[in-house]
Design a protein around this ligand. Structure first.
Ligand SMILES: C[S@@+](CC[C@H](N)C(=O)[O-])C[C@H]1O[C@@H](n2cnc3c(N)ncnc32)[C@H](O)[C@@H]1O
Length: 197
């Protein structure tokens, strides 16, 4: 029987400074789930507020809705089930995306919706006609240039609880269940400003 050269044997098993033979690191390593570093914690939008957000944006069957930071997918699933829209939900947390996919299955809308584990700041939102948000003021402000650059003129943006700062005042606001909903549309002027930036 031919034995492995000594150098190879040590590399494979691993050698400590004390000369003890231990299994090599790759054999010891256990896969560990690193929690994603979120820009916003998970807090779901109450269903009455979801409905009002979709009504405010007049979501219909010709719409493509993106929920950036979609949580359990309730906005995308409701847009599909109650308004006939297609939708995409993006969330950095794989657990949320798992829940969203289950919710879509239970609602029978898997053909209309799509959920992805991704960073919202690295997502191309150009296919959207409606974008929904429930993030934080500083996250909305960071997102604004991306929305102006990528969305088509006439696309609607609806945000639960937080506005877009002084550079983009909302066109409409509504109050539901003590929550404020903000509404904007993309205009030619936004596209021109984004092109210059
Ligand atoms: C306040 S919750 C809103 C959930 C859902 N949109 C709703 O209204 O019910 C914010 C969500 O954003 C997700 N999130 C935080 N930072 C993110 C990032 N950089 N990219 C994608 N998702 C993110 C969180 O995991 C969380 O599910």
């Amino acid at each position: 029987m031919t034995s492995l050269p000594r150098r190879h044997t040590l590399t494979r098993l691993g050698a400590t400074a004390a000369g003890l033979l231990l299994p090599a690191a790759p054999l010891l390593a256990q896969p560990t789930a690193t929690p994603p570093s979120l820009d916003v914690p998970y807090v779901p939008t109450p269903q009455e507020v979801v409905e009002r957000m979709l009504q405010m944006a007049k979501v219909g069957k010709n719409d493509v809705l993106f929920d950036l930071g979609c949580g359990d997918g309730r906005i995308v699933v409701t847009a599909a089930k109650a308004h006939g829209a297609r939708g995409t939900g993006i969330d950095l947390d794989p657990e949320r995306i798992g829940e969203a996919r289950k919710n879509a299955e239970q609602a029978g809308v898997t053909k209309q919706v799509n959920f992805k584990v991704a960073d919202l700041f690295e997502t191309d939102v150009s296919p959207a006609t409606v974008v929904t948000l429930y993030l934080l003021p500083n996250v909305n402000t960071r997102l604004r240039p991306q929305l102006w650059k990528q969305l088509k003129v006439g696309s609607r943006v609806v945000s639960h609880a937080f506005d877009m700062g002084p550079e983009w005042p909302p066109e409409k606001t509504e109050s539901v269940e003590g929550r404020t909903i903000y509404y904007w549309t993309i205009k030619e002027a936004h596209k021109r400003a984004a092109a210059k930036a």
